[in-house]
Design a protein. Sequence first.
Length: 316
Amino acid sequence: MLKYLIIPLADDSVSFCHYERGNKSDRLIDMETLKNAIFWAMTENLNVQFVYPDKEIPSAYKAIVETIDHAKIVGSHCEDKVLTDEADIVVFDGWNDLDTFKCQSGKSYVVRTDKADLFDNADVIKSLFPKLDRLVVVITDIDKFQESDFQKYEALLNAMIPIIKEEYGKGHSLHFNLLTDRMFLDKMNNCNAGDETITLAPDGKFYICPAFYLDGSKTVGDPVTGLDIKNRQLYRLDHAPICRKCDAWQCRRCVWLNRKTTLEVNTPGHEQCVVAHIERNASRRLLDEIRTLGEFLPEKEIKEIDYLDPFEIIKQ
Ligand code: SF4
């Protein structure tokens, strides 16, 4: 069932996920289309997320946006500083500006990084934990991970565990998606693009997610004629034969990455699975560590497993 509508307000709206930001045009969504999209979201009872470009949008657009409850996703380089202050989610491309940016408590900060920059910035990440309440790291080249990267990734997450434990010891319930999300989950909590989330792009058409719009994929309808997703069941967890048996519940289960790596939206690539399982197993170790401080999530159990790619188990 649909729950969320993502509306990138321009072709070059900030990317908050694995895909690269659009760079071919700075076209804004048409104002009538925006009004229709908001009306459609109201009739479908959807939560709306507006994704902003770095250039300030005209005040007429701001007035339309404010006609519906919504979340704002804004880039750290947005010209509109009032908007950046009001944003629910601020997105950084890389680690460079984070030490000087004035972070606010209660807000989510997303950092898009490739694996090389991630491995080089372990100290920056550690230094952020006392300052932020929610840090979301999105690795933009997961599909390029190799065996040596998996080992570096595991070492990086292990090095974060004592620092996060220290924060919890101080009463700071920090959320760091790569390590703490899995501790709190009872079931799959994925992106669910095409099932629970749909995107209305600046061309006035629906797409599975902003990445599908930017890579030239086919539209899946518009607010006037409605949604038309071919083989819609393939976007659901119950039609993802590997993922539905998996307990790396924090995994994004990115259908765009799936299609890029396996040509099937419901079949993940090896790299996405191994990365998610390294996170899952590190979360297990973090949970054990925090419990040495006192009672913490007593009903939660993350089982010990001896595989990193569920496909290997299914093959047997
Ligand atoms: S780790 Fe792999 S199998 Fe598990 S949810 Fe993620 S993509 Fe699916």
